[in-house]
Design a protein around this ligand. Sequence first.
Ligand code: SIN
Ligand code: FE2
Length: 211
Amino acid sequence: MTHAGTQAITVLPGVIHYPGYYDADACRALVDQLRKIAEAAPFFTPTMPKTDKPFSVRMTNCGSLGWVSDRTGYRYQPDHPVTGRPWPPMPSELTALWQDVAADALPPEACLVNYYEPTARMGLHQDRDEQTFDAPVVSVSLGDTALFRIGGTERRDPTRSFRLQSGDVLVFGGPARLAFHGIDRLYAGSSTLLDKGGRLNLTLRRVTPKP
Ligand code: SIN
Ligand code: FE2
């Protein structure tokens, strides 16, 4: 069901791209899981710290911790900011993915689910709200193709951009764990996976250090 015959491409030190890790059937199975997750934990629109300006993506989470953002800042928390309920558990497909591509790391605690409408984007940023950076970030793309950009640990470092297609997995860790990255644009209509179009991105992370 997963990554049969896909090769891993090292894009930059610590940045590994697995094109087509999930085939079309596996992508549909993941979307079915995400539909159930979104019923229990509806997508919400996060806002920027201080300015309270809405993000262009909508978000939800699964796992024991979820990433949220509002005017008071970015953080991880165990419950949904609107419903107050615990996040739904991480599906076994995703813990299996982590086992496959990040076996040496402690298990993932958070899976952030971002929904991009065709015009949404994600500015260059670092993932640095975790208490440990020992584990890599593991990300799954579903739906429309996106133009992803990643550089170094300084904002001014040169960047590389490449397309992430539905079913692709991207891992960034080690020397690239704090690399600046973002989504420049989507290619609307490039996939028929999602009924309404757009793109889902799942980001799996370890948040707390070894107990
Ligand atoms: C993110 O860095 O939060 C999302 C990256 C992506 O959508 O591929
Ligand atoms: Fe990120």
